[in-house]
Design a protein around this ligand. Sequence first.
Ligand code: F3S
Length: 73
Amino acid sequence: MHLDVDLELCTGHGRCYALEPDIFEPFDDDGRARISDSVEASDPDLRDRLVSVERACPEQALIWRDNPQRGTE
Ligand code: F3S
């Protein structure tokens, strides 16, 4: 499972890259996020952290997918 940013929903709140700056980064003038590297959440500690980030997003723009689909709009 991979966590992905749904760019249709992301409005640039920035909580994801505030919480996990090594994983998420802003990429446009609106502050929308992308995932810096492909994140395979097989590590339980990392998965717990990503779930916390997912829950912190007010737009519910962080989506778990079977396959990464970065950069889709
Ligand atoms: Fe976007 Fe949510 Fe992060 S709105 S910038 S994915 S906290």
